[in-house]
Design a protein around this ligand. Structure first.
Ligand code: FRU
Length: 498
């Protein structure tokens, strides 16, 4: 038996999804119809990878949160499944907020999420009470546990705030389950709480894995914690960040804390703190581990700061990033598109050692659904250029520019001319390093109908951007001040024949 609210969401999907089919990106997940935000429950289950997401099917703006659902075997081609959960219980009547999923020993799939209910306070204001809840299912239909919530105010450490207690991420080590969740402590800023359990239903509080201390934003949302390449990595999405140099920008940001895990103190000893993605549209990333041991991350390719500005023509709002393979190298987080994407590469066009001075285009280099890699280097040791700029999604009116200045070592992406009908923030600049010996800078650009994702120097920096540029604007041009030498390799990405 499914609830009235869930049935209504599923019926709505059946009736209206077909109308939005032709509008979809080619390889990025959306809700099909309606609004999505954070990825949830990104996990493997019975040999397939499942992805749920924060979802409001009825409008292209945030509303009472449901969980939408898709699955895949290769991270590129996704199958839409019916909505998985609706806010239909007293403890989640105001939303099924973010969470995660895990396969249980009996073969069932457990969803762990934040149940939200608004409660009137003594001063008359309404405030959310957030608790952690579970639902059990078979990969398509889920039943909420009668013992919900499984974690509530009584499970918080002293000073912990039940209003901001959310986004549980679960994993298993040997026979023990662990879970991290975001909370706010008495200094008003975020903490990541760690819990353990032997059955996933009954949890014991371990301690604070990491605390914000008002240094990187305030509340920390959507934590994820995992071992990688000999280190431990904590991903968080802080609210109310202050800018720090070009590393962190104001507002909702994403932060990666890399260090070693002190198991006896349940504490992450930090060694490096960096932004996860340097673009304008990236938030709430979540990871899974594949059967062959790869750590894959997916994120909401949007940010709360700009999410009010939508393309009114489209019947969906919000996309996920391309799933990315993660590594830690030289203390930094590296990310590259999943290797499965390469199976969708079509015609290749490539150039080597092209000398560029001034503005030029290259025959065959263009497109809006493509995988393009450009390697830029000085034409000689003595001949250092001042500026390199590329424009993509370009025609007479539109362009999105990527500019690199070797003297300051920054990339600046500008999407002012990328189809947005509002004056939202459109420029982001971030520090990068070129190869010290060769002076080379490598840019890999993934384009889909409504996005551009940039991967610099084999994944050392990533930057994601939503674009609403009309699809007819598909040219690519190169511009320099000084002389550069370019290698260019372009593949169309082809999805129809499979
Ligand atoms: C992050 C977030 C989560 C919350 C969800 C609600 O984007 O604010 O903390 O669970 O979105 O949709």
């Amino acid at each position: 038996m499914i609830s009235k609210a869930l049935k209504q969401a599923r019926d709505f999907e059946t009736e209206y999804l077909p109308y939005a089919e032709s509008e979809q990106p080619r390889f990025h997940v959306t809700g099909g119809i309606g609004w999505i935000n954070d990825p949830n429950g990104f996990s493997s289950y019975k040999g397939e990878y499942h992805l749920f997401f924060q979802y409001y099917p009825y409008e292209t703006k945030w509303g009472p949160m449901h969980w939408g659902h898709v699955k895949t075997t290769d991270f590129i081609r996704w199958e839409k499944l019916p909505a998985a959960m609706a806010p239909d219980q007293p403890y989640d009547k105001d939303g099924c907020f973010s969470g995660s999923a895990i396969e249980l020993p009996d073969g069932k799939q457990m969803l762990i999420y934040t149940g939200v209910r608004a409660v009137r306070q003594h001063d008359g204001r309404m405030e959310n009470v957030q608790t952690q809840c579970v639902a059990i299912g078979d990969g398509q239909d889920y039943v909420k546990y009668e013992g919900n919530p499984i974690l509530s105010a009584k499970d918080l450490p002293e000073g912990g705030d039940p209003v901001d207690f959310r986004d549980p991420k679960v994993w298993k080590e040997g026979d023990v389950y662990y879970l991290v969740a975001g909370n706010r402590c008495s200094d008003g800023s975020g903490t990541i709480l760690l819990y353990e359990s032997t059955d996933c239903f009954h949890w014991t509080y371990n301690g604070i894995l990491s605390a914000c201390h008002n240094q990187y934003g305030r509340m920390w949302e959507c934590p994820d914690f995992f071992p990688l390449d000999g280190k431990h990595v904590l991903l968080v999405s802080p609210q109310e960040m202050n800018a720090i140099g070009l590393e962190f920008h104001p507002g909702n940001g994403t932060v990666c804390l890399i260090g070693s895990y002190n198991r006896s103190k349940f504490h992450l000893d930090r060694e490096n703190v960096q932004a996860i993605d340097y673009g304008l549209d990236f938030y709430a990333p979540q990871t899974l581990e594949t059967a062959d041991g790869r750590r894959i991350m997916i994120a909401w390719m949007q940010n709360w700061e700009t999410s009010g500005c939508r393309n009114e023509q489209l019947r969906f709002m919000g996309q996920m990033t391309v799933p990315r393979e993660l590594h830690v190298k030289n203390g930094r987080l590296y990310q590259n598109p999943v290797r499965e994407l390469e199976a969708y590469r079509g015609t290749k066009i490539s150039y080597r050692n092209v000398l560029v001075c001034g503005e030029t285009t290259l025959a065959g280099i263009g497109g809006r659904v493509m995988d393009l890699t450009v390697t830029v280097r000085p034409s000689s040791r003595e001949n250092i250029y001042q500026r390199f700029r590329m424009n993509v999604a370009k025609d007479g009116q539109w362009f999105t520019s990527i500019r690199y200045k070797p003297s300051v070592g920054t990339i600046r992406v500008d999407r002012t001319h990328s189809g947005f009908p509002h004056d939202i923030v459109s420029v982001r600049e971030f520090p990068v390093s070129q190869n010290r010996e060769t002076g080379e800078l490598k840019l890999r650009i993934l384009m889909d109908r409504y996005s551009m994702e940039l991967f610099v120097n084999d994944g050392e920096y990533a930057a994601s951007f939503v674009l609403y540029t009309p699809e007819s604007a598909d040219a690519v041009s190169f511009e320099t001040s000084g002389v550069v030498m370019l290698d260019v390799e372009k593949y169309d990405l082809v999805f129809d024949e499979k």
